[in-house]
Design a protein around this ligand. Sequence first.
Ligand code: SF4
Length: 313
Amino acid sequence: MQYKNTYIKNIQRVEFTINNSCTGRCKHCSEGSQPATHHLNGERAAEVLKELAKDHKIDSIMTFGGEALIYPETVCQIHQVAKECEIPTRQLITNGCFSKNRERIHQVAQMLEESGVNDLLLSVDCFHAEFLPLEWEKEFVEALRRYYKGRFRLQPSWVGSEEEDNPYNRKTKECLAYFDEFHVERNEGDTIFPEGNACIYLAEYFEKKPMNYAFKCGDALYTTPLDRVNELVIDCNGDVIPCNFPIGNIYEEDIATMLERYNPYDNIFSKALLEDGIVGLCNVVKANRIPIDPEDYYSPCAFCKAVAAYGKK
Ligand code: SF4
């Protein structure tokens, strides 16, 4: 579908960061040890999704956190609307540890099924297990087996690749084996990026290469150029983010107005990225005396994230 604003393509995917609070303090977490500050208003988020679905053929949504199931009602409000709008893939990623109350755990599993979640990814690895007992996750798995009918996968995080032999990956394989009796599908999982806590605790596993100055948005996995937006993240503070740079806030205006107005050339950072890639961003950073050195970062996107965070201060 061709949207009226040429910088916006059909929005195929919408991700909702439900909250930035978590039950864990994982050593691999890309968010680091940020304070918990926001949680999304479910009603408003659901309204925004409904509006978006009128103009776009959305293929998938995802809800995650922090730990999203600290607020299961919010998660379910969004999935309910996604189901009503016939969005085919409705994903949730969770660490499964949101309550110690067995009744509540079973109630939430039921709520997830009823609201229409149909692709659930459960984080299982040594990093989560350090703070969140596997028995706790097991209770949730048992509840899901009872009430939930959608796709269900274990989602590990690997240091390097799964094939790499290191103490973390060995322990993660043990954690996965803990669930063998349930015969749950296993996703190939994520490779941990050098961001947030991972830079501190797992630094020895990351090779620092010189910055790739030829980088353009869209070159890296899960990125698209800022003048061809086809995915949105709704952050837990209400910000709407195509990639790193917010274009508005759902608590301040309606999403259609925001998308109609969007012009990536209005923002000095995204303009620079579009015109000259990461070199352009470096030049803007230098010209504005922003104290961020690209060579301190493992990737162009990590550098860009630091610049966006500085811009929010
Ligand atoms: S450089 Fe920034 S805007 Fe471009 S893809 Fe990476 S994170 Fe997104």
